[in-house]
Ligand binder design. Structure first.
Ligand code: NAD
Length: 368
Protein backbone atom coordinates (compact mmCIF):
# COMPACT_ATOMS: atom_id res chain seq x y z
CA UNK A 1 0.00 0.00 0.00
CA UNK A 2 1.46 3.42 -0.94
CA UNK A 3 1.51 5.66 2.11
CA UNK A 4 -0.35 8.95 1.73
CA UNK A 5 1.59 12.02 2.86
CA UNK A 6 -0.24 13.85 5.59
CA UNK A 7 1.06 16.97 7.34
CA UNK A 8 -0.30 17.42 10.88
CA UNK A 9 -0.38 20.96 12.24
CA UNK A 10 -1.87 20.65 15.76
CA UNK A 11 -1.56 24.39 16.54
CA UNK A 12 -2.66 25.89 19.85
CA UNK A 13 -5.02 25.38 22.78
CA UNK A 14 -7.10 22.22 22.33
CA UNK A 15 -5.54 21.67 18.87
CA UNK A 16 -2.85 19.22 20.08
CA UNK A 17 -5.39 17.36 22.26
CA UNK A 18 -7.87 16.73 19.45
CA UNK A 19 -5.07 16.00 16.96
CA UNK A 20 -3.84 13.31 19.36
CA UNK A 21 -7.14 11.47 18.84
CA UNK A 22 -6.77 11.67 15.06
CA UNK A 23 -3.35 10.09 15.41
CA UNK A 24 -4.99 7.22 17.33
CA UNK A 25 -7.43 6.71 14.45
CA UNK A 26 -4.62 6.92 11.87
CA UNK A 27 -2.72 4.28 13.85
CA UNK A 28 -5.77 2.03 13.84
CA UNK A 29 -6.43 2.45 10.09
CA UNK A 30 -2.83 1.42 9.36
CA UNK A 31 -2.92 -1.53 11.74
CA UNK A 32 -6.21 -2.75 10.21
CA UNK A 33 -4.72 -2.46 6.70
CA UNK A 34 -7.29 0.15 5.62
CA UNK A 35 -4.95 3.06 4.85
CA UNK A 36 -1.35 3.92 5.60
CA UNK A 37 -0.24 7.49 6.15
CA UNK A 38 3.23 8.92 6.27
CA UNK A 39 2.72 11.69 8.82
CA UNK A 40 4.86 14.73 9.46
CA UNK A 41 4.33 17.36 12.16
CA UNK A 42 4.95 21.09 12.14
CA UNK A 43 3.95 24.24 13.99
CA UNK A 44 1.33 26.85 13.15
CA UNK A 45 -0.16 29.80 15.01
CA UNK A 46 0.98 30.77 18.49
CA UNK A 47 3.17 27.71 18.89
CA UNK A 48 5.09 28.74 15.75
CA UNK A 49 5.36 32.32 17.00
CA UNK A 50 6.88 31.05 20.25
CA UNK A 51 9.38 28.84 18.43
CA UNK A 52 10.19 30.92 15.32
CA UNK A 53 8.72 34.40 15.73
CA UNK A 54 6.25 33.88 12.86
CA UNK A 55 2.90 32.01 12.74
CA UNK A 56 3.99 29.85 9.79
CA UNK A 57 7.55 29.33 8.61
CA UNK A 58 8.46 29.02 4.91
CA UNK A 59 9.61 25.47 5.68
CA UNK A 60 6.21 24.54 7.13
CA UNK A 61 4.50 26.06 4.10
CA UNK A 62 6.76 24.05 1.78
CA UNK A 63 5.87 20.88 3.71
CA UNK A 64 2.18 21.70 3.37
CA UNK A 65 2.65 22.23 -0.35
CA UNK A 66 4.41 18.87 -0.71
CA UNK A 67 1.86 16.90 1.35
CA UNK A 68 -1.17 15.12 -0.14
CA UNK A 69 -3.28 16.81 2.52
CA UNK A 70 -2.89 18.96 5.63
CA UNK A 71 -4.77 18.45 8.89
CA UNK A 72 -4.89 21.47 11.19
CA UNK A 73 -6.07 21.64 14.82
CA UNK A 74 -6.70 25.26 15.77
CA UNK A 75 -4.75 28.48 16.21
CA UNK A 76 -4.82 31.42 18.59
CA UNK A 77 -5.36 32.26 22.23
CA UNK A 78 -4.98 35.06 24.77
CA UNK A 79 -1.24 34.46 25.09
CA UNK A 80 -0.75 36.01 21.63
CA UNK A 81 -3.38 38.76 21.90
CA UNK A 82 -0.75 41.50 21.77
CA UNK A 83 1.52 40.33 18.94
CA UNK A 84 1.69 42.53 15.83
CA UNK A 85 -1.35 42.17 13.49
CA UNK A 86 0.80 40.84 10.61
CA UNK A 87 2.15 37.95 12.67
CA UNK A 88 -0.92 37.12 14.77
CA UNK A 89 -1.64 33.36 15.00
CA UNK A 90 -4.56 33.53 12.51
CA UNK A 91 -2.18 34.97 9.88
CA UNK A 92 -0.54 31.54 9.70
CA UNK A 93 -3.83 29.93 8.76
CA UNK A 94 -4.69 32.68 6.27
CA UNK A 95 -1.28 32.29 4.62
CA UNK A 96 -1.80 28.54 4.27
CA UNK A 97 -5.21 29.08 2.66
CA UNK A 98 -3.93 31.80 0.35
CA UNK A 99 -0.62 30.25 -0.71
CA UNK A 100 -2.17 26.82 -1.30
CA UNK A 101 -4.99 28.48 -3.30
CA UNK A 102 -7.73 26.93 -1.17
CA UNK A 103 -10.77 28.68 -2.64
CA UNK A 104 -13.51 26.17 -1.76
CA UNK A 105 -14.53 25.71 1.85
CA UNK A 106 -16.78 22.71 2.47
CA UNK A 107 -18.66 22.69 5.74
CA UNK A 108 -21.03 19.81 6.30
CA UNK A 109 -23.73 20.32 8.91
CA UNK A 110 -24.92 16.90 9.98
CA UNK A 111 -27.29 16.25 12.84
CA UNK A 112 -26.57 12.83 14.32
CA UNK A 113 -29.78 11.13 15.53
CA UNK A 114 -28.28 10.66 19.01
CA UNK A 115 -27.70 14.42 19.30
CA UNK A 116 -30.94 15.79 17.85
CA UNK A 117 -31.95 17.05 21.29
CA UNK A 118 -28.72 19.06 21.64
CA UNK A 119 -29.77 21.33 18.73
CA UNK A 120 -31.23 24.76 19.34
CA UNK A 121 -34.16 23.69 17.13
CA UNK A 122 -36.85 21.07 17.65
CA UNK A 123 -35.87 17.44 17.03
CA UNK A 124 -38.21 17.01 14.04
CA UNK A 125 -36.64 19.99 12.25
CA UNK A 126 -33.05 18.74 12.52
CA UNK A 127 -33.08 14.96 12.89
CA UNK A 128 -31.39 13.50 9.80
CA UNK A 129 -30.12 16.91 8.67
CA UNK A 130 -27.23 16.68 6.19
CA UNK A 131 -26.33 19.95 4.49
CA UNK A 132 -23.08 20.74 2.68
CA UNK A 133 -22.26 24.44 2.67
CA UNK A 134 -19.79 25.39 -0.06
CA UNK A 135 -18.28 28.77 0.76
CA UNK A 136 -15.99 30.74 -1.56
CA UNK A 137 -12.92 31.35 0.59
CA UNK A 138 -10.34 33.48 -1.17
CA UNK A 139 -12.36 36.31 -2.74
CA UNK A 140 -15.13 38.72 -1.89
CA UNK A 141 -15.28 41.46 0.70
CA UNK A 142 -12.63 40.00 3.03
CA UNK A 143 -9.95 40.51 0.38
CA UNK A 144 -11.26 43.16 -2.05
CA UNK A 145 -9.39 46.46 -2.42
CA UNK A 146 -9.66 49.23 -1.39
CA UNK A 147 -9.90 48.13 2.20
CA UNK A 148 -9.15 51.04 4.47
CA UNK A 149 -10.17 53.53 7.11
CA UNK A 150 -9.53 57.15 6.11
CA UNK A 151 -10.02 60.40 8.03
CA UNK A 152 -12.42 62.92 6.50
CA UNK A 153 -11.82 66.72 6.53
CA UNK A 154 -14.20 67.09 9.48
CA UNK A 155 -12.10 64.65 11.51
CA UNK A 156 -14.62 61.79 11.37
CA UNK A 157 -13.61 58.54 9.72
CA UNK A 158 -14.73 56.55 6.69
CA UNK A 159 -14.26 52.78 6.43
CA UNK A 160 -14.35 50.88 3.13
CA UNK A 161 -14.41 47.18 2.35
CA UNK A 162 -14.83 46.10 -1.25
CA UNK A 163 -16.97 43.19 -2.36
CA UNK A 164 -15.49 41.93 -5.62
CA UNK A 165 -15.93 38.74 -7.64
CA UNK A 166 -14.79 37.78 -11.13
CA UNK A 167 -16.42 35.33 -13.53
CA UNK A 168 -13.61 32.82 -13.02
CA UNK A 169 -13.88 32.88 -9.24
CA UNK A 170 -17.62 32.22 -9.39
CA UNK A 171 -17.30 29.55 -12.08
CA UNK A 172 -14.82 27.43 -10.15
CA UNK A 173 -16.81 27.46 -6.90
CA UNK A 174 -20.01 26.68 -8.83
CA UNK A 175 -18.31 23.63 -10.38
CA UNK A 176 -17.31 22.39 -6.90
CA UNK A 177 -20.93 22.71 -5.73
CA UNK A 178 -22.46 20.99 -8.78
CA UNK A 179 -19.88 18.17 -8.71
CA UNK A 180 -20.64 17.57 -5.02
CA UNK A 181 -24.38 17.61 -5.64
CA UNK A 182 -23.97 14.84 -8.21
CA UNK A 183 -22.52 12.64 -5.47
CA UNK A 184 -25.30 13.61 -3.04
CA UNK A 185 -28.98 14.26 -3.71
CA UNK A 186 -28.53 16.32 -6.88
CA UNK A 187 -29.74 19.66 -5.52
CA UNK A 188 -27.90 22.99 -5.26
CA UNK A 189 -29.14 26.22 -3.73
CA UNK A 190 -27.09 29.33 -4.56
CA UNK A 191 -27.35 32.26 -2.13
CA UNK A 192 -26.55 35.88 -3.03
CA UNK A 193 -28.22 39.27 -2.98
CA UNK A 194 -28.71 40.17 -6.65
CA UNK A 195 -31.54 42.51 -5.61
CA UNK A 196 -29.10 45.00 -4.05
CA UNK A 197 -25.55 43.98 -5.03
CA UNK A 198 -23.83 43.96 -8.43
CA UNK A 199 -21.65 41.07 -7.27
CA UNK A 200 -24.90 39.21 -6.60
CA UNK A 201 -26.13 39.90 -10.14
CA UNK A 202 -22.92 38.44 -11.61
CA UNK A 203 -22.94 35.54 -9.12
CA UNK A 204 -26.47 34.52 -10.14
CA UNK A 205 -25.72 34.91 -13.86
CA UNK A 206 -22.52 32.81 -13.74
CA UNK A 207 -23.97 30.07 -11.51
CA UNK A 208 -26.93 29.80 -13.91
CA UNK A 209 -24.56 29.49 -16.89
CA UNK A 210 -22.40 26.81 -15.22
CA UNK A 211 -25.58 24.93 -14.29
CA UNK A 212 -26.24 24.34 -18.01
CA UNK A 213 -23.39 21.76 -17.85
CA UNK A 214 -25.19 19.91 -15.05
CA UNK A 215 -28.68 19.17 -16.37
CA UNK A 216 -28.99 16.28 -13.89
CA UNK A 217 -28.68 18.70 -10.93
CA UNK A 218 -31.54 20.95 -9.76
CA UNK A 219 -30.59 24.58 -9.08
CA UNK A 220 -32.47 27.05 -6.92
CA UNK A 221 -31.46 30.68 -6.34
CA UNK A 222 -32.17 32.14 -2.92
CA UNK A 223 -31.52 35.58 -1.44
CA UNK A 224 -28.95 35.23 1.34
CA UNK A 225 -31.14 36.86 4.00
CA UNK A 226 -34.06 34.59 3.14
CA UNK A 227 -31.63 31.67 3.19
CA UNK A 228 -30.66 32.49 6.79
CA UNK A 229 -34.34 32.46 7.71
CA UNK A 230 -35.02 29.21 5.84
CA UNK A 231 -32.05 27.52 7.56
CA UNK A 232 -33.73 28.10 10.88
CA UNK A 233 -37.31 27.50 9.66
CA UNK A 234 -36.92 24.34 7.57
CA UNK A 235 -33.22 23.41 7.26
CA UNK A 236 -33.74 20.00 5.67
CA UNK A 237 -34.92 21.64 2.43
CA UNK A 238 -31.25 22.22 1.55
CA UNK A 239 -28.62 19.78 0.34
CA UNK A 240 -25.66 21.65 -1.23
CA UNK A 241 -25.67 25.38 -0.51
CA UNK A 242 -23.13 27.48 -2.43
CA UNK A 243 -22.38 31.07 -1.53
CA UNK A 244 -19.71 33.75 -1.32
CA UNK A 245 -17.14 34.35 1.39
CA UNK A 246 -19.12 36.73 3.62
CA UNK A 247 -22.55 35.08 3.34
CA UNK A 248 -20.86 31.69 3.69
CA UNK A 249 -19.19 32.77 6.92
CA UNK A 250 -22.53 33.76 8.42
CA UNK A 251 -24.74 31.00 6.98
CA UNK A 252 -22.34 28.23 7.96
CA UNK A 253 -22.34 29.45 11.56
CA UNK A 254 -26.14 29.40 11.53
CA UNK A 255 -26.03 25.84 10.19
CA UNK A 256 -23.48 24.96 12.89
CA UNK A 257 -25.94 25.68 15.65
CA UNK A 258 -28.48 23.32 14.06
CA UNK A 259 -26.17 20.42 14.82
CA UNK A 260 -25.70 20.95 18.55
CA UNK A 261 -22.03 21.79 19.19
CA UNK A 262 -19.06 23.44 17.56
CA UNK A 263 -17.09 20.39 18.69
CA UNK A 264 -18.92 18.28 16.09
CA UNK A 265 -18.17 20.22 12.89
CA UNK A 266 -15.40 19.31 10.45
CA UNK A 267 -14.41 21.29 7.35
CA UNK A 268 -12.37 20.98 4.19
CA UNK A 269 -10.72 23.72 2.14
CA UNK A 270 -9.87 22.66 -1.40
CA UNK A 271 -7.79 24.13 -4.21
CA UNK A 272 -8.11 23.66 -7.96
CA UNK A 273 -7.63 20.24 -9.55
CA UNK A 274 -4.21 20.15 -11.26
CA UNK A 275 -3.11 18.38 -14.45
CA UNK A 276 -2.44 15.18 -12.47
CA UNK A 277 -5.99 15.21 -11.09
CA UNK A 278 -4.95 16.05 -7.54
CA UNK A 279 -5.67 19.18 -5.51
CA UNK A 280 -4.26 20.93 -2.46
CA UNK A 281 -6.42 20.48 0.60
CA UNK A 282 -6.57 21.51 4.24
CA UNK A 283 -8.88 19.83 6.73
CA UNK A 284 -9.70 21.38 10.08
CA UNK A 285 -12.44 21.53 12.69
CA UNK A 286 -14.65 24.62 12.52
CA UNK A 287 -13.99 25.44 16.18
CA UNK A 288 -11.10 27.51 17.50
CA UNK A 289 -8.47 26.77 20.10
CA UNK A 290 -10.97 26.97 23.02
CA UNK A 291 -8.49 28.40 25.56
CA UNK A 292 -11.17 28.12 28.27
CA UNK A 293 -10.96 24.32 28.23
CA UNK A 294 -7.45 23.71 26.83
CA UNK A 295 -5.26 21.17 28.60
CA UNK A 296 -8.13 19.75 30.67
CA UNK A 297 -9.18 16.73 28.60
CA UNK A 298 -12.60 18.34 28.03
CA UNK A 299 -12.44 19.01 24.28
CA UNK A 300 -14.65 17.08 21.90
CA UNK A 301 -12.37 15.50 19.26
CA UNK A 302 -15.18 14.51 16.84
CA UNK A 303 -14.86 17.61 14.61
CA UNK A 304 -11.15 16.84 14.21
CA UNK A 305 -11.77 13.12 13.59
CA UNK A 306 -14.56 14.05 11.15
CA UNK A 307 -12.02 16.25 9.34
CA UNK A 308 -9.84 13.16 8.83
CA UNK A 309 -12.91 11.40 7.38
CA UNK A 310 -13.30 14.29 4.92
CA UNK A 311 -9.62 13.94 3.96
CA UNK A 312 -10.14 10.23 3.29
CA UNK A 313 -13.08 11.11 1.03
CA UNK A 314 -11.89 14.22 -0.80
CA UNK A 315 -8.09 13.88 -0.94
CA UNK A 316 -7.47 10.15 -1.02
CA UNK A 317 -10.53 8.78 -2.81
CA UNK A 318 -11.08 6.41 0.13
CA UNK A 319 -14.85 6.78 0.23
CA UNK A 320 -15.39 3.42 1.94
CA UNK A 321 -12.89 4.21 4.69
CA UNK A 322 -14.55 7.63 5.10
CA UNK A 323 -17.97 5.96 5.44
CA UNK A 324 -16.47 3.55 7.96
CA UNK A 325 -15.07 6.39 10.07
CA UNK A 326 -18.26 8.48 9.83
CA UNK A 327 -20.19 5.34 10.79
CA UNK A 328 -17.93 4.78 13.79
CA UNK A 329 -18.62 8.35 14.99
CA UNK A 330 -22.37 7.72 14.63
CA UNK A 331 -22.03 4.40 16.51
CA UNK A 332 -19.94 5.88 19.32
CA UNK A 333 -22.63 8.55 19.84
CA UNK A 334 -25.44 5.98 19.59
CA UNK A 335 -23.61 3.91 22.24
CA UNK A 336 -23.83 6.91 24.55
CA UNK A 337 -20.29 8.34 24.25
CA UNK A 338 -20.47 12.06 25.09
CA UNK A 339 -17.94 14.75 25.86
CA UNK A 340 -19.02 17.56 28.18
CA UNK A 341 -20.21 19.87 25.37
CA UNK A 342 -22.80 17.35 24.13
CA UNK A 343 -23.66 15.52 27.37
CA UNK A 344 -27.04 16.07 29.00
CA UNK A 345 -26.78 18.08 32.20
CA UNK A 346 -25.86 16.05 35.23
CA UNK A 347 -24.70 13.03 33.20
CA UNK A 348 -21.22 11.53 33.17
CA UNK A 349 -19.03 12.66 30.25
CA UNK A 350 -15.94 11.20 28.62
CA UNK A 351 -12.73 13.15 28.25
CA UNK A 352 -11.06 13.93 24.90
CA UNK A 353 -8.99 10.75 25.01
CA UNK A 354 -12.00 8.70 26.14
CA UNK A 355 -14.00 9.86 23.10
CA UNK A 356 -11.05 9.01 20.81
CA UNK A 357 -11.01 5.53 22.34
CA UNK A 358 -14.78 5.19 21.85
CA UNK A 359 -14.41 5.94 18.13
CA UNK A 360 -11.57 3.43 17.76
CA UNK A 361 -13.67 0.81 19.61
CA UNK A 362 -16.60 1.52 17.26
CA UNK A 363 -14.25 1.17 14.25
CA UNK A 364 -13.07 -2.19 15.58
CA UNK A 365 -16.65 -3.34 16.09
CA UNK A 366 -17.60 -2.30 12.54
CA UNK A 367 -14.83 -4.25 10.84
CA UNK A 368 -15.47 -7.24 13.13
P1 NAD B 1 -13.69 28.64 20.06
O1 NAD B 1 -14.29 27.86 18.94
O2 NAD B 1 -12.29 28.34 20.39
O3 NAD B 1 -14.57 28.39 21.37
C1 NAD B 1 -15.94 28.80 21.48
C2 NAD B 1 -16.62 27.98 22.59
O4 NAD B 1 -16.83 26.65 22.13
C3 NAD B 1 -15.77 27.86 23.86
O5 NAD B 1 -16.60 27.89 24.98
C4 NAD B 1 -15.11 26.52 23.74
O6 NAD B 1 -14.81 25.91 24.98
C5 NAD B 1 -16.16 25.72 22.97
N1 NAD B 1 -15.52 24.72 22.11
C6 NAD B 1 -14.83 24.93 20.96
N2 NAD B 1 -14.36 23.79 20.48
C7 NAD B 1 -14.77 22.82 21.32
C8 NAD B 1 -14.57 21.42 21.34
N3 NAD B 1 -13.87 20.76 20.39
N4 NAD B 1 -15.10 20.73 22.37
C9 NAD B 1 -15.81 21.34 23.32
N5 NAD B 1 -16.03 22.66 23.35
C10 NAD B 1 -15.51 23.40 22.36
O7 NAD B 1 -13.89 30.17 19.72
P2 NAD B 1 -13.35 31.46 20.51
O8 NAD B 1 -13.42 31.22 21.98
O9 NAD B 1 -14.11 32.59 19.91
O10 NAD B 1 -11.85 31.61 20.06
C11 NAD B 1 -10.73 31.14 20.82
C12 NAD B 1 -9.47 31.32 20.00
O11 NAD B 1 -9.54 30.50 18.84
C13 NAD B 1 -9.26 32.75 19.51
O12 NAD B 1 -7.90 33.05 19.60
C14 NAD B 1 -9.73 32.70 18.07
O13 NAD B 1 -9.10 33.66 17.28
C15 NAD B 1 -9.29 31.31 17.69
N6 NAD B 1 -10.05 30.71 16.56
C16 NAD B 1 -9.34 29.93 15.73
C17 NAD B 1 -9.98 29.28 14.71
C18 NAD B 1 -9.17 28.36 13.83
O14 NAD B 1 -8.09 27.96 14.21
N7 NAD B 1 -9.67 27.99 12.68
C19 NAD B 1 -11.36 29.41 14.54
C20 NAD B 1 -12.07 30.20 15.44
C21 NAD B 1 -11.41 30.85 16.47
Amino acid sequence: MTPYKLLLLPGDGIGPEVMGQVEKVIGFLAQAGIATFETEHDLVGGSAIDAHGVPLTDAALARADAADAVLLGAVGGPKWADVAYEIRPEAGLLRLRKDLGLFANLRPAICYPALADASALKRELVEGLDIMIVRELTGGVYFGEPKEITTLPDGTKRAVDTQVYTTGEIERIAHVAFDLARKRSGRVASAEKHNVMKSGVLWKEVVTRVHAEYTDVALEHVLADNCAMQLVRRPKQYDVLVTDNLFGDVLSDVAAMLTGSLGMLPSASLGAVDAKGSRKALYEPVHGSAPDIAGRDFANPLAMIGSLAMALRYSFGLGEAANLLDGAITDALANGARTRDIAAEGTQALGTAGMGDAVVAALKARIG
